[in-house]
Design a binder for this molecule. Structure first.
Ligand SMILES: Cc1cc2nc3c(=O)[nH]c(=O)nc-3n(C[C@H](O)[C@H](O)[C@H](O)COP(=O)(O)O)c2cc1C
Length: 200
């Protein structure tokens, strides 16, 4: 098992719902698989730059690209290689303004590369990441899995859309939601999420 573990919360581990939950899942999976490897990125710490159109040029064959693009090329290729090598993808992400933190969006922009993780065919785009399992460990102040705010959820739906576009369709979401509704609801949401992880 090769795990790619991403955390996108801007909060430190002890205060972060998603960091604590994603770490629990990684611990559980590695405890059950002696040979498991883990590549971890703290995206809040990593501070990937926003991409610009040079990312296309950076993927040009070596020798054909400008020397100034080496750093960008190395970074993007490393991130794509890690994603290709993973059979298990664990994304810990809070909801920020109804969607993913921009640090996670930046990672997505670095790995969604035509010809590498997806390709265009005569019948439309095709994801190139086959045989992978993804776990989305999500948290939000409000409740979006059901009820009046469900149509405002651009977190779970967005991540599922992106992953499916890249070919990852086996996706399990675990959410601690409504954590802003008071300490009792927060505790209940965390315990429910921990229980869901334990039951996996
Ligand atoms: C910048 C920012 C934006 C947020 N936007 C939303 C939001 O749109 N909807 C929501 O329900 N909660 C929102 N929240 C609350 C977080 O989603 C919630 O506290 C979540 O548990 C944070 O996860 P974490 O503890 O792992 O960082 C926001 C929090 C921050 C810091």
């Amino acid at each position: 098992m090769n795990i790619l573990h991403l955390d996108a919360s801007a909060s430190k581990h002890a205060e972060s719902h998603t960091r604590r939950l994603s770490a629990r899942l990684v611990d559980q999976l590695t405890a059950a698989n002696d040979a498991a490897t883990v590549v971890y990125h703290d995206l809040a710490d990593m501070k990937l730059p926003h991409i610009d159109t040079t990312i296309r040029d950076a993927w040009a064959p070596e020798g054909e690209r400008d020397a100034s693009l080496e750093e960008l090329a190395t970074r993007s290729k490393t991130l794509v290689t890690e994603l290709q090598a993973a059979d298990t993808i664990i994304v810990g992400s809070p909801m920020y303004n109804f969607s993913v933190p921009s640090t996670l969006k930046a990672w997505i922009d670095h790995v969604a590369i035509a010809g590498q993780t997806f390709r265009y065919t005569d019948s439309g785009p095709e994801g190139l990441l086959a045989d992978k399992k993804a776990y989305l460990i999500l948290s939000s102040g409000g409740v979006y899995s059901e009820g009046p705010a469900a149509s405002s959820d651009h977190l779970d739906t967005y991540l599922r859309t992106v992953l499916a576009f890249l070919g990852v369709t086996d996706i399990t979401t675990i959410r601690a939601e409504g954590v802003a509704y008071g300490p009792e609801q927060e505790e209940a949401a965390m315990q429910q999420a921990y229980s869901q992880i334990q039951a996996l």
